[in-house]
Design a binder for this molecule. Structure first.
Ligand SMILES: Cc1ncc(COP(=O)(O)O)c(C=O)c1O
Length: 379
């Protein structure tokens, strides 16, 4: 089945009771048993729920995986991955990453005796320098949030496999429409399904997808034992969102390209970060592992002026200033004070997250309205 068909049908069956085309929202915590253990495959909704299962099958299908798991948020999904580890284990992570992932790693799991190395991975060979006998996980975000760096997943996977290390990729920004990490050698794909997969800014959710049965079973155990699952209503919403992922992503990419090209020529802009530019340092890798370049763009205002950046943000009318990304509507954010506020200033500035940086999640509105909005905000 091709991707555009998978988003609609992948892993789905028509409802067995009445043939409903969409899986019903099974708003139930428990299931009747005729005798202890005499049930129809469902005992308790922390463990399994038919609506969540339909979504989990869709996750697996669109990422070319065998097993999908849905969680109450992206961070809950990441939390489950790190729970595969033990005290003394080490993780090598991209140094430019979502602030909440950094916070989870450094403020929670570091205290449990897990060591994290945050490194630049644009040269994948740099990963090798940090590998030792305790390394159990390589954590890759690509494109990175918010600097839009690109990490070579195939190269990272080669290093992971040679050293018997798990490779997990946060595929939130790219989505499987643009890039399929499992096909490139990753062991685990993670999503904040809150973003493009859901696509309508109406649900908070996380996803994990794997190919390996044993790894899936370990993660299912953690999902059930820790209990950070999502409810049936949100499962339904995200499943519905996935059905239009391909058409939404196509428009996100078209609008993203038009806006990146507009910004780069604007006299009031200093830097534009978007992997579609031929002079983006990782453009060739982006071209080889992504189908297109997405709708996420970061930029700084001329002279890296903080006040100018804030004024621009406040002037925007069609773009809404809000946390999050990946919805049909265009959003803008100020990473230093919003999504990345939990990263110390000197740490975030090392990777380029300066006070004048603005991040855009370009939506699927009419491109003329978006450009007019940016023009007036910058003007
Ligand atoms: C790249 C990335 N990963 C993970 C997360 C965390 O996901 P959630 O907010 O669904 O917990 C986010 C949230 O913004 C994100 O942008």
């Amino acid at each position: 089945m091709k991707f555009n068909t998978k988003v609609i049908h992948g892993g789905q069956e028509h409802d067995k009771a009445y043939g409903a085309v969409m899986p019903p929202i099974y708003q139930t915590s428990t299931y009747a048993q005729t005798t202890p253990g005499g049930h129809k495959g469902y005992e308790y909704s922390r463990t399994h729920n038919p609506t969540r299962n339909a979504l989990e099958n869709a996750f697996a299908s669109i990422e070319n995986g065998n097993y999908g798991l849905a969680f109450g948020s992206g961070l809950a999904a990441i939390d489950a991955i790190i729970k595969l580890l033990k005290p003394g284990d080490e993780v090598i992570s991209t140094n430019d990453l979502y602030g909440g992932s950094f916070r989870l790693f450094t403020k929670i799991f570091q205290d449990f005796g897990i060591k994290f190395h945050f490194i630049g991975m644009q040269e994948a060979s740099n990963i090798e320098t940090f590998v030792n006998k305790n390394t159990k996980l390589i954590w890759v975000e690509t494109p990175t949030n918010p600097m839009m760096n690109i990490i070579d997943i195939k190269a990272a996977s080669k290093i992971a496999k040679a050293n018997n290390i798990l490779l997990a990729v946060d595929n939130t920004f790219a989505t499987p429409y643009l890039q399929k990490p499992l096909d490139l050698g990753a062991d685990i794909v993670m999503h904040s399904a809150t973003k493009y997969l859901g696509g309508h800014s109406d649900a908070v959710m996380g996803a994990l997808i794997v190919k390996d049965k044993d790894l899936a079973n370990r993660l299912y155990f953690i999902q059930n034992a820790s209990g950070a699952i999502c409810g049936p209503q949100d499962s339904f919403l995200v499943l519905r969102g996935i059905k239009t992922l391909h058409v939404r992503m196509q428009r996100h990419c078209e609008n993203g390209k038009a806006i990146a090209e507009f910004l780069v020529k604007h006299p009031k802009i200093e830097n534009v970060y978007w992997p579609g530019f031929v002079n983006h340092p990782n453009h060739e890798i982006a071209k080889s592992q992504m189908k297109d370049f997405g709708g996420m763009i970061s930029f700084t205002t001329k002279g890296n002026n903080y006040e100018e950046a804030i004024k621009t943000i406040e002037n925007l009318k069609v773009f809404t200033l809000a946390e999050s990304l990946g919805g049909v509507e265009s959003l803008c954010g100020h990473p230093a004070s919003m999504t990345h506020a939990s990263i110390p200033k000197e740490e975030r500035e090392k990777t380029g997250v300066v006070d004048s940086l603005i991040r855009l999640s370009v939506g699927i509105e009419d491109i003329e309205d978006l450009i007019v909005d940016l023009k007036q905000a910058l003007g």
